[in-house]
Design a protein around this ligand. Structure first.
Ligand SMILES: CC(C)(COP(=O)(O)OP(=O)(O)OC[C@H]1O[C@@H](n2cnc3c(N)ncnc32)[C@H](O)[C@@H]1OP(=O)(O)O)[C@@H](O)C(=O)NCCC(=O)NCCS
Length: 169
């Protein structure tokens, strides 16, 4: 399966929202995606495509040397096929090119698949934000990376790149 990662454009937003509605209890509005697509100096949004179909997306917000992964979703039909990994890999490499040194994100405590994905990319839990998710009252687990421009972090990315190559072989 050939997956292409491309910058999100206005034309992609309806497809992205369709996925978003399937995978999140409180999906982002169209306006939120539009606002972010229009601010490339602060936001980097990408989509994953198989043939011409949008099958996943991810969003990064960055200021100076800190980045926040604010959203990632993969069409349920396409989950577990390495697309989330490819999206994260692209987002993190972009962050490095933009001069970001550390990345953070929030994740629901019960979301084992996402946590597994983030740990693979060197994220670790640093804090709990009580009652962060207002839709369900769940806490958020706050995950950070170490310095993504370091030699050590490069090894993490190299390991994931090898895994991705094996998947594509
Ligand atoms: C989290 C999410 C983006 C991951 O995308 P994905 O394309 O399924 O991820 P990948 O196929 O790259 O798999 C990532 C890892 O999770 C594992 N995994 C994937 N689906 C799994 C499942 N159903 N059960 C157990 N492990 C699973 C994979 O084996 C892989 O680990 P590995 O590299 O050690 O083998 C996707 O599951 C999703 O959209 N979930 C709903 C939205 C969501 O929770 N977003 C994150 C909010 S914080």
């Amino acid at each position: 399966m050939k997956v292409r990662i491309c910058p999100m454009r206005h034309e992609d937003i309806s497809d992205v929202q369709q996925i978003e509605r399937q995978v999140f209890p409180t999906p982002w509005s169209r306006t939120t995606f539009e606002r972010e697509v229009e601010r490339p100096e602060l936001h980097y949004l990408i989509v994953a495509k198989v043939n011409k179909r949008t099958v996943g997306y991810a969003c990064l917000f960055y200021v100076l040397d800190e980045g926040h992964i604010t959203n990632i979703g993969v069409d349920p039909e396409f989950q577990g096929k390495g697309i989330g990994t490819q999206l994260m890999f692209d987002l993190i490499n972009y962050a490095i090119r933009r001069g970001v040194h550390r990345l953070m994100l929030e994740v629901r405590p019960g979301n084992r698949v996402a946590q597994h994905l983030y740990r693979k990319f060197g994220f670790f839990m640093t804090a709990v934000r009580r009652g962060y998710y207002t839709d369900t009252g769940e806490d958020a687990h706050i995950f950070w990376t170490g310095d993504i421009t370091s030699e050590n972090y490069r090894k993490i990315l190299d390991r994931v790149a090898k895994q991705m190559d094996r998947g594509a072989a």
